[in-house]
Design a protein around this ligand. Structure first.
Ligand code: CU
Length: 151
């Protein structure tokens, strides 16, 4: 098994990599670049996580599930806005999966996609790192650690 130094190879300088492949694969098709988790008041039980996922491979990559110890469930959500009776209504829709095209990337950020952490088991603290395990259809898992930030 080769060391995991591949994680920084071929990556733009200055971009710290937060993704770690679980299981010791020598080459990672999926890469995650730093993101954040939104700090919410203690009474709020849901929050959103943001990051960018990159597919370095030449085949599509399908994100099928995300897990964390800190929430009951994590869903993939797409933000949307629609015009209803002259008003702009913001909402979000759950997606069963998310495809990252070959050599492409998908940005999770406000207005696009987010990972919805539903049913937080305890209040999050600013600056703490939330560990998420991203599971892809091909069986690979990617572990990411995202800081809790107030934005
Ligand atoms: Cu959501």
């Amino acid at each position: 098994m080769r060391p995991i130094s591949f994680l920084s190879r071929g990556f733009p300088r200055g971009l710290a990599l937060v993704g770690l492949l679980l299981g010791g694969a020598a080459w990672a098709q999926a890469l995650a670049t730093p993101g954040w988790v939104r700090l919410v008041p203690p009474v709020v039980k849901d929050t959103a996580a943001y990051l960018t996922l990159e597919n370095r491979g030449s085949t599509p990559l399908r994100l099928v599930a995300v897990e964390t110890d800190l929430a009951q469930r994590v869903s993939i959500h797409k933000d949307h806005r629609e015009h209803r009776g002259g008003q702009v209504v913001l909402g979000m829709r759950p997606l069963p999966y998310l495809d990252i095209p070959p050599k492409g990337r998908v940005e999770f950020r406000p207005g696009k996609y987010h990972l919805m952490l539903e049913g937080l088991k305890r209040p999050l603290k600013p600056g703490e790192k939330v560990t998420l395990v991203l599971r892809f259809q091909d069986g690979t898992k990617l572990k990411v650690m995202l800081p809790v930030e107030m934005r």
